[in-house]
Design a protein. Sequence first.
Lengths: 311, 291
Amino acid sequence: MRFWISSACAFALAVLAAATLKNEYYFFAGYTVLMFVVLATAWNILGGYAGYVNFGTPAFFGLGAYTAVVVFKATAAPLVVQILAAAVMSGLLGFATGLLTLRLRGIFFAIATIAVTVIMETLFINWRYTGGATGLQLLRPAPVWPFESYITMLFVVMAAMTVAAIAIARYIETSWIGRGLRAIRDSEEAAECSGVSTLKLKVFACAISGALMGAAGAPMPMYLSFIEPASTFNLNYAIGALASPMIGGTAHYLGPVIGAVILSTIQQVVTVTISSELNVLVVGVLLVVFVVAAPEGILGLVKKLFPRKKP
Amino acid sequence: MIFSFELLLEAVVFGILLGCFYAAVSIGLSVSFGLLDVPHVAHPAIMVFGAYCTYLLGQYGFDPILAGIVLMPPFFLLGMGVYRFYYETFEKRGSDAGVRGIAFFFGLTLIIEVGLILVFGVDQRSAEAPYIGKALSLGEMRIPWRFIVSFGVALVLMTALTLYLSKTFTGRAIKAVAQDEGALRLMGADPVWIKQWAFGIATAVSALAGAMLIIVGPVEPSLDRVYIGRTFAVVVLAGLGSMTGTLAAGLILGISESIVLMHFGASWAPAVAFGLLLVVLGIRPQGLFGR
């Protein structure tokens, strides 16, 4: 119950901000932060709970973005439809990737997801309908009532998706699915012997994780009014999605949220005040420092410093 | 699309040269990941770092290959240091080293990449040598000398490493540590020390591979991102730690890429290599030449 009240409050705060703040830059920056929260939460479902490193975030994210573009170009469907279509397509990609590669352990799965990313990028580079390598300019439709600007609307939509993603991750974590995934992470053989249908669970986690990443990617073309393969399938999305849970903590659904908020906020500030190269350095240094010095992330540190029973 | 015999022959010849180059840039990873089981995602970044060191030495008149050889001892030490650190922080602690180990090397990759950007900028850099920029004409075919040179270095490098691993005492110890660490410990050898040594060698090889990288084409700090996929593809296709397999997998990748490049255009080439990788991973996860 407390979870639902606090998420409702957070969402209300986002809507309130959208209604009162006039400076559009906040929404530009806030949108990116929220997007990384969704990506990190999605990544953590497979990477954190089950221990399978996914470098393929850009593949799912990019497929979502391109699906939205195709749907928009073909039917001019509203944003909600685009997001749903994107989630379905990326979920299917996650399902297929999972079936093909989740029999592999650890790093092999990670390599396979890199391969999926390269293949997706190549497909869209060669597909004329979406502009090929040069990309496609998009005209934003008028914002839907009660929004005044499209960016604000995208921000609120992303805030809603963030709440949904966290709720899904929380459900998975606390249900039998999460228990099964954790068993897989600790020892796959032991899990299999105890009657956990490991492959089914892993493929399910991969599909859900992929669908969420795709949904997070769907509003991106409208956000930029532009889409192009090289930046859509950029490794930076994989970096953000992987680093945030590592920094925040992978064991709890709040870990990736905390990690993504801190990381993306620092990145936004560094990009604006210093340079965009340095923001990648920030991620690299934080990532190394945390995995070496605080393997449980910020949540682990908090637990160590304030040992008490958490409700 | 025209299928002609000459074009196919040219693609195959070029693919063999390219394939040997791919094998050479992957061979360090074949030791560090294939034999030692270290998820060394930073391997391409270290290679690009080596390429930039080669560039720096080139400013003082060093030939790229000579520079690569000069760089091997310091890179050897660097590799030993990196492995020691990795061992102390992850392998020794044991639990959950998989995910965090990958994340650690991934972070290292980013640090090296941005470090290079801060020092050298994002512009492309290239090396100068008598054989760069000229081409050998064989009838209708024109083969750039830089590929022939890298081909030669690759073959020498691979022969040397194969001999080292099969003939020398330490080399065999490295193979032994890959097979059964516990048994090696029973023989009175220290597996950690041997792994450290092997990782040093893998890193030293990467320095020379970096020199070849800058011989074959201009380098930029983000070049490692392309090679993460390629090098791991070669090592996995080969079957972990198999040296002859690495050469064969490099050739498969090089030839298929160059045939696709010449017949369908450059934009399709990367997908073929990775499609191949996915199929192999799905059907035969132990690799084409794995045990």
